[in-house]
Design a protein around this ligand. Sequence first.
Ligand code: C2E
Ligand code: CA
Ligand code: CA
Ligand code: CA
Length: 273
Amino acid sequence: KAAGKNTYAIFGSHMAELLRKRRELEHDLRAAIEQREQIEVFYQPVYSALGEAACSLEALVRWKHPTCGYISPTEFIPIAEETGLIHEIGIIVLEDACSVLSELPQMTVSINASGLELQSPAYSLRIMTALANRGLSPERLEIELTESVAIGDNRQLDRSITILRSAGVKIAIDDFGTGYSSFSRVQKFAVDRIKIDKSFIDDLHRSDSRAMVAAIITMAQAKGLKITAEGVETAEQLELLKGLGCDHLQGFHLSRPLARAGIISLLQLQSSA
Ligand code: C2E
Ligand code: CA
Ligand code: CA
Ligand code: CA
């Protein structure tokens, strides 16, 4: 009984500690967004299966905490979603992405959006205004939504997608294959691209995974969708994916996400090669 009580006390103090950390992070995130300097946007190059050069960039948000160092978006995006700060983060990333589009006229850029952002009626107008302010063609921006968000049943979200797509903005389904949607559900997606989740790419050495990826690609091609494979980490994966018919490839084997200066020097190297 004494041990039980003890365990409970340890568990209780552990929980209290977690809660305290979480509140502190939330407070710091709010401050970071107000100051803006700690929130950075990195860009990971995406390569065409045909060419050698990067043709697109995926914007990935970074939080450089003054004492903890870089905190992963997988850690702070959920906090941002729970507190509503996700809208602010989305605006920072959108502005940064638009300025990169202005600076690099040969590139397209994709941004990741939370379902909560697309459920806001203000979202599509915000995107269109940001593009128009810089005179950017909407076709150069792509919005990535995870499969679970895209298949969710939300009228405002569907409306946002319809408005954006009819204006020319591209929509991609991120982490494709992880959302348990049936092929018949996929038939109804009104999107431009799927990004095959890294978990499938990791398992490409297995014949059943290769068959799965081949089936996804066949289905996507029949629908006229573009296909990106993400999380490409080896030369073997790269060759297999090219052979299977992926249009675009992305992963550490090709390039890690880089700060803006790194992207610009990479592209300069490419154009002089
Ligand atoms: P995601 O959209 O699936 O992004 C891909 C993640 O995989 C990125 O992690 C990227 O750095 C990483 N990655 C790319 N290639 C490789 C590879 O070859 N191997 C491995 N192991 N990893 C690779 P990151 O930047 O930590 O982002 C994690 C997630 O956070 C993203 O997953 C996305 O869901 C979310 N996220 C990032 N930026 C934003 C944003 O601006 N807004 C929202 N709402 N979510 C974001
Ligand atoms: Ca993504
Ligand atoms: Ca992904
Ligand atoms: Ca992911």
